[in-house]
Design a protein around this ligand. Structure first.
Ligand code: GTP
Ligand code: SPV
Ligand code: MN
Length: 601
């Protein structure tokens, strides 16, 4: 195999922080025997280690140093052009039976899959360094927090994991020496980054992930989609909590009343932007703070849902990010940021489509070729990303480290829908809310390989991330509802409805505060609403639209329920449930029939 990741040799005191837990040592030994690396590098998460790894990555062209004045301590990484997004068709849930994985997951038999993957991993790290990355997901002192180890032959993965998780000694301490303690085993090898030898496999019953053949984000930062969502959702159901593809934000009124809101939007549908929202001038004294931008782990306490962000950084979509759309993100990525697949300007700054100001006259596009504004190709890949520590975010919530989590007042579902779905509406109750989540759909984005812009059902934004049978997942949501005496209200939003001219009807971004305010009003029982067949719908005067440049017709179109479009939508709900082959709980079928009936009233 081609060696695309040559070994590095570290001085004494770097790369030698061996864990003491025998179960970890045994596992690393086993994977080492299999992959046959040149040497083993035990990460401790220290500054010195990070500097050493960056220096080695620069030497091997894994990283390009950016302009120190313009973007201090920041780097550009280019992934293989065949490897720029999650690949859902080679992502597998390897439960003992196919039924456990359910109708929405690719399934493959565990023993066969282990043997296939071990075959691919045999000798895969010859001439390479095998890094052992200990990390925790969750605040250091939270009961929800979990330990993971990722073995990888990619320096980019190690550097990214240090940003995205609490990495190093903190995890060794949390794990302790109990050989029976619960921890996630993640094995990653780049192999030769061949799409034909690319597999992302999950063994929930073993708390194990094996990912080979990719070097890109969601495929290889095993803490994130693989552990915190796929394995996480499996453990959550078994242990009675929730692992969700949700942002968490805090919203505080001028009077100092604070609510926390969690929102599930599919990949590249606005979570990071919503979590970093800056209210428009009209909302003087209102403050929005970020707890998390992608994943929420939630548990029930005192009949309420409490959420933590298991991550420590943001792996966010770059294109479209500007001081106009998301100033907090811009400030977060001005320094100490690892960029992937953006364009490089002649003065070693980064550039992407949608960045403030004029495009550069010349740049090196994401693959490494020359680019000018006349080029047909995009300079930055549509799924180019930044990895930045959450500590960089000026709007970071002060209680983000609170171990007990933060009480959730509202859950919001949403997706990209050009038509049919109104700007915002509220479910009648928890189970109706579960129905909204279960039937949500979105136009696909560049976050995963495949067609972009195709409407697909993506229940709770978890279609690619639910690590078990989706029917059981729906049931788990309803079981959680039964245990909540003070449940969050559930809403659905759509920032992406388009008018006859094909343009977005809603300005979005900071102006989403107007929708968030109505959500909060409803939580405080002060907001008005009209009963519609789909749920509680604000009338135009229930939304605070003051100082917003929008005409009456657009507002009416945004809030409208078009019965013809909804007849089509209802048929799609039925077809979707039908396609799941009988796993949909009776209660959700009942919800669907009630929705159909309400349209006939
Ligand atoms: P993942 O990290 O893939 O899970 O995505 P995400 O849900 O965090 O999406 P993100 O906030 O990064 O947004 C993705 C794209 O949607 C970006 O190009 C944004 O500019 C765009 N976007 C976000 N919010 C809005 C909005 O309110 N209106 C419009 N029109 N576009 C938006
Ligand atoms: C997503 O696709 O939902 C992401 C980006 O958050 S990745 O981590 O690459 O999956
Ligand atoms: Mn995501």
């Amino acid at each position: 195999m081609k060696n695309i990741a040559p070994a590095i040799f570290s001085p004494n005191g770097i790369g030698d922080t061996k864990p003491t837990n025998q179960a970890v040592l045994d596992w690393v030994h086993e994977i080492g025997k299999l992959t046959k690396p040149e040497n083993i590098f035990w990460c401790d998460g220290s500054e010195r280690e990070n500097e050493f790894l960056i220096a080695e990555s620069l030497k091997q062209n894994v990283l390009i140093k950016l302009n120190e004045k313009k973007v201090p301590r920041s780097y550009l990484h280019r992934s293989n052009p065949n490897d720029v997004a999650r690949v859902e068709k080679v992502t597998f849930i390897c439960t003992p039976t196919k039924e456990e994985a359910g109708p929405t997951n690719n399934w493959s038999e565990p023993a066969d899959t282990y043997s296939k993957l071990y075959g691919l991993l045999n000798g895969a790290m010859r001439g390479r360094t095998m890094f052992v990355v200990p990390y925790i997901m969750g605040p250091p002192d939270s009961p929800l927090t979990k330990v993971g180890f990722e073995i990888t032959d990619s320096k980019y993965v190690v550097l990214s994991m240090r940003i995205m998780t609490r990495m190093g000694k903190i995890a060794l301490k949390r794990l302790g020496n109990d050989p029976k303690a619960e921890w996630n085993r993640g094995v990653h090898s780049l192999l030769d980054v061949d799409p034909d030898r690319r597999f992302i496999c999950h063994f929930p019953q073993d708390n194990t992930i094996i990912s080979v053949g990719s070097g890109y984000g969601g495929n290889v930062l095993l803490s994130k989609k693989c552990f915190a969502l796929r394995i996480g959702s499996y453990l959550a159901r078994k242990q009675g909590w929730m692992a969700e593809h949700m942002l968490i934000l805090g919203v505080e009124s001028p009077e100092g009343r604070k609510h926390y809101v969690a929102a599930a939007f599919p990949s590249a549908c606005g979570k990071t932007n919503f979590a970093m929202l800056i209210p428009p001038a009209h909302f003087k004294g209102w403050k929005v703070t970020t707890v998390g931008d992608d994943i929420a782990w939630m548990e029930i306490r005192d009949g309420r849902l409490f959420a933590v962000n298991p991550e420590n950084g943001y792996f966010g979509v770059v294109p479209g990010t500007s001081y106009k759309s998301n100033p907090n993100a811009m400030k977060s990525i001005e320094h100490d940021t690892l960029y992937t697949n953006v364009a490089l300007t002649d003065d070693n700054d980064v550039w992407w489509e949608g960045k403030d100001g004029a495009p550069p006259e010349h740049a090196i596009e994401w693959r490494g070729d020359d680019w000018t504004p006349d080029s047909k190709e995009k300079a930055a890949h549509p799924n180019s990303r930044f990895a930045t520590p959450m500590g960089n975010n000026p709007a970071l919530d002060p209680d983000v480290e609170k171990g007990e989590g933060l009480p959730i007042s509202a859950i919001i579902f949403g997706g990209r829908r050009s038509d049919t779905v109104p700007l915002v509406y509220e479910a009648f109750d928890w189970n109706h809310g579960v129905y909204l989540g279960a039937t949500m759909a979105s136009e696909t984005t560049a976050a995963a390989t495949g067609a972009v812009g195709k409407v697909r059902r993506d229940p709770m934004a978890m279609l690619p991330f639910c690590g078990y049978n989706i029917g059981d997942y729906f049931r788990h949501w309803m079981d959680i509802g039964k245990r909540l005496t003070n449940p969050p209200l559930i809403f659905n939003v759509n920032w992406f409805r388009k008018g006859a001219n094909g343009k977005f009807l809603w300005p979005g971004f900071g102006e989403n505060m107007r929708v968030l305010k109505w959500v909060i009003d409803r939580c405080e029982r002060t907001g008005g609403a009209l009963k519609s067949p789909v749920g509680w719908l604000p009338s135009p005067h229930d939304l605070d639209l003051e100082e917003l440049d929008i005409d009456h017709k657009s507002v009416a179109d945004l809030l409208g329920i078009d019965h013809e479009e909804w007849q089509k939508e209802l048929a799609e709900h039925e077809a979707f449930f039908g396609s799941l082959g009988g796993v949909v709980p009776e209660e959700l079928q009942k919800q669907r029939k009630q929705l159909v009936a309400r349209f006939k009233e």
